[in-house]
Design a protein around this ligand. Structure first.
Ligand code: NAI
Length: 706
């Protein structure tokens, strides 16, 4: 361990350098080595001060999540407790100063706060992001932070996990000095000044909370609590973080630490924490593609072209120009082009009104877009994203034109949500350059990009697509070419069950509110209204002829569409909307329609429990997910979870649909699916992979196609 924590001397100062790349995490052995260094400083009379600094790109970015994962799964804690080490730093008889650069996160910030002084370099940021893995700070962060920056900011930081900039943290009083020059040299100078002043090594624990008696503080914390409850979508750690910070204002440091410890332990031993750690690793795993190794060559992308300036093409254009990449935007006609550009500008103006960007940035971004109604400039494009109407013949025509007007090395991507990528690729004559880039609406906001691999898509086109997702700040998930790919294919049965429940006696509001209470960003029926009920209707109609005899149809949704009720865009769908409004209200005519459809189909209505709503919708996701996995259209179960978390509003504290099924136990899930099959027919036939795993006591997350 000695080499990961290096001790050097600057005359009377002991410099402790953490060298644990890439982020100087507090892996096992590192707290122990810091502890030993602090002990030696206390005993060696020639040491008059200590500096703790990080080597490489950053200060300390928190705990080693692999270690936390072991604890969350019940392993015994090994090594010293960080809380105790930090106490010993604070009680060290000589002053300890930490020198922060890059990020001080989680345990890193807690360590910094236990030091007597904090010096920060330009560009540093700090945060307590523990809630993002379902826990709260556990090394007295909730007690020291409010003593340094006040209850308001401390509670907000611990509840949200947000990164705080140098400026904001400095203004709140977290740092004793902010420096521009060489960090170590400046920190040594700072330390010597303190020593010359006859330093008394001030302890954070002894400080008064600065805003304890500020006017409105109670109300502000209550408001934060409400907001946190609304936003955390079923996660409990964020509110617990507020509980822990709040007591810093009413009890001693020791009592506050005791409460923090109890809450921390209960978080660590929770499904929420295990689920969120699964998500943390899932996001890293998703980049690993067995036959496309990291060293695969990527193609340079400095000019993009987008075909179609509708809802998706406009959003995709914004995603690129926001990332600094210029776009040539092609529309069918001048009117459509102007409309598309206008919509983009209006979207940016809304961002200006909300204070997210400046008017100068709007002009800068608009200047990166050049509109065209022919393929002018496409020779320059390194990548084309097609987002014209959803129709195979139109897309094939566009791709054959693209083959003519672009260089042979240009990547040709389609944003289709349902069509066969191979059929599109074939029309281009260079299928190895063709791939699906399935963005989600609004494309400049939603984090998910499903990257659809065609039969002949080249490895470097896949590697480049994954790299592009990263450049756009998105999470790219590689999926196979099947109808609806992964996300929408699973969404079909989910939506189907949501509305079958209506015919069986559940109300629209009950189904939606049950799923929102589970943690979904929106209820399934409200999502249908947002996306447009006509989309699913068109797809269903295409496949009516191939449905098995006697299959139950989504009659209510079909009738709504026949009546022209497509959801928000027509002012009515499952809900009724004020003109241009987004908040749906109850629509009694929909209730009548549901009753009528149920009567016609001879369905006896009954009381439906919230459990049944959750089981029918969530198990239908897992069952379809199991089919997708065994067919090889997703590489691993965690990829499906990442898709659902980032594209479909699934709550991260539940880990994703596959993780959720694993947690309940696949035998239990299978048992209910068999009940549903008996009651509702073949659409509930269990996926063979689910049966196999359930019978052998395995899980989706432990399964690999081998
Ligand atoms: P949209 O109807 O808003 O836009 C399509 C645009 O393409 C229209 O502005 C049309 O004028 C233009 N266009 C048609 N032919 C053209 C041509 N030859 N050259 C240039 N422009 C042409 O449709 P939307 O919703 O943007 O969908 C586009 C594609 O994205 C479809 O394949 C759809 O399945 C897919 N998609 C849609 C999502 C959504 O939520 N709307 C989500 C993900 C994918």
């Amino acid at each position: 361990m000695a080499e990961r924590v290096q001790l050097t001397r600057e005359e009377e100062i002991l410099v402790v350098t953490i060298m644990n790349p890439p982020v100087n995490a507090l892996s096992p052995g590192i707290p122990e080595a810091i502890d030993a260094a602090i002990a030696s400083a206390g005993e060696d009379p020639s040491i008059r001060a200590v500096i703790i600094i990080g080597h490489g790109a950053t200060f300390i970015c928190g705990a080693d999540i692999k270690e936390l994962q072991k604890l969350a799964h019940g392993e015994e804690r090994a090594g010293v407790s960080l809380r105790d080490v930090l106490d010993r730093i604070e009680l060290c008889p000589v002053p300890v100063t930490c020198a922060i650069h890059g990020s001080a996160l989680g345990g890193g910030l807690e360590l910094a706060m236990a030091c007597h002084y904090r010096v920060a370099a330009a560009g540093s940021q700090v945060g307590q992001p523990e809630v993002k893995i379902g826990i709260i700070p556990g090394a007295a962060g909730t007690q020291r932070l409010p003593r340094l920056v006040g209850l308001r900011l401390a509670a907000e930081m611990c509840a949200s996990g947000r990164m705080v900039t140098l400026k904001e943290a400095a203004e709140a009083g977290l740092f004793d000095r902010v420096v521009e020059g060489d960090l170590l040299e400046e920190t040594i100078a700072f330390t010597r000044e303190r020593l010359a002043d006859g330093d008394d090594a001030p302890r954070t624990r002894d400080r008064a909370v600065p805003d304890l008696n500020a006017p409105g503080i109670k109300e502000d914390l209550a408001r934060l609590r409400d907001k946190t409850r609304r936003r955390s979508r079923g996660a409990v750690a964020p509110e617990m973080a507020i509980d822990a910070v709040e007591v810093a204002g009413t009890t001693s440091f020791e009592e506050g630490c005791a409460l923090e410890e109890r809450l921390f332990e209960s978080c660590l031993n929770s499904d929420e924490c295990r689920a969120m750690i699964h998500v943390f690793f899932g996001e890293r795993q998703v980049r690993k593609i067995p036959d496309v190794p990291r060293e695969t060559e990527t193609l340079p992308i400095s000019q993009v072209a987008v075909v179609g300036a509708g809802t998706m093409g406009g959003g995709i254009t914004m995603a690129y120009v926001d990332a600094g990449i210029p776009v040539i935007l092609k529309e069918a006609g001048q009117d459509e082009l102007e409309k598309g550009l206008d919509r983009i500008r209006k979207n940016y103006e809304v961002s200006v009104q909300r204070g997210r960007i400046t008017p100068d940035q709007v002009s800068e971004r608009m200047n990166r877009i050049s509109g065209t109604t022919d393929y002018e400039g496409f020779q320059e494009a390194d990548l084309v994203v097609e987002a014209v109407f959803e129709g195979l013949e139109l897309k094939r025509k566009v791709f054959s034109e693209l083959a003519e007007v672009t260089r042979p090395g240009t990547i040709l991507a389609s944003n289709t949500s349902t069509l066969d990528i191979d059929a599109i690729a074939e029309s281009s004559g260079r299928p190895e350059m063709v791939i699906g880039h399935h963005f989600f609406s609004p494309a400049n906001v939603m984090r998910l990009l499903e990257i659809v691999r065609g039969r002949e898509t080249s490895r470097s086109v896949i590697a480049t697509s994954m790299a592009i997702a990263k450049r756009l700040g998105k999470v790219g998930v590689l999926v196979g070419n099947c109808r609806g790919f992964v996300g929408n294919r699973m969404f079909g049965p989910y939506m189907r069950e949501a509305q079958f429940l209506l015919e069986e006696g559940a109300s629209v509001e009950f189904v939606d509110s049950t799923m929102v209470a589970f943690g979904m960003a929106m209820g399934p029926l409200a999502v249908g209204d947002l996306a447009g009920l006509d989309v699913g209707w068109r797809i269903r109609k295409e496949f009516w002829d191939t449905e098995p005899e006697g299959a139950r149809r989504q009659t209510v949704a079909d009738r709504l569409c026949e009546m022209g009720c497509f959801g928000q865009k027509t002012g009515s769908g499952w809900y009724r909307y004020e003109k241009g409004g987004r908040n749906g209200v109850h629509d009694p005519t929909v209730t009548q329609l549901i009753d009528q459809c149920a009567r016609e189909a001879g369905i006896q209505t009954r009381d439906i429990s919230p459990e049944e709503v959750m089981e029918r919708t969530l198990y239908s996701l897992a069952n379809e997910g199991a089919r997708i996995l065994s067919e090889g259209h997703a590489m691993r179960a965690s990829d499906i979870d990442i898709i659902y978390l980032n594209g479909y509003g699934f709550p991260s504290c539940q880990g994703g649909p596959m993780w959720y099924a694993d947690r309940l136990g696949l035998d239990r899930v299978l048992g209910r699916i068999k009940d549903f099959e008996a009651a509702h027919g073949s659409s509930w036939a269990p996926a063979p992979l689910l049966e196999e795993l359930a019978s052998t006591g395995q899980t989706f997350s432990g399964w690999s196609s081998g």
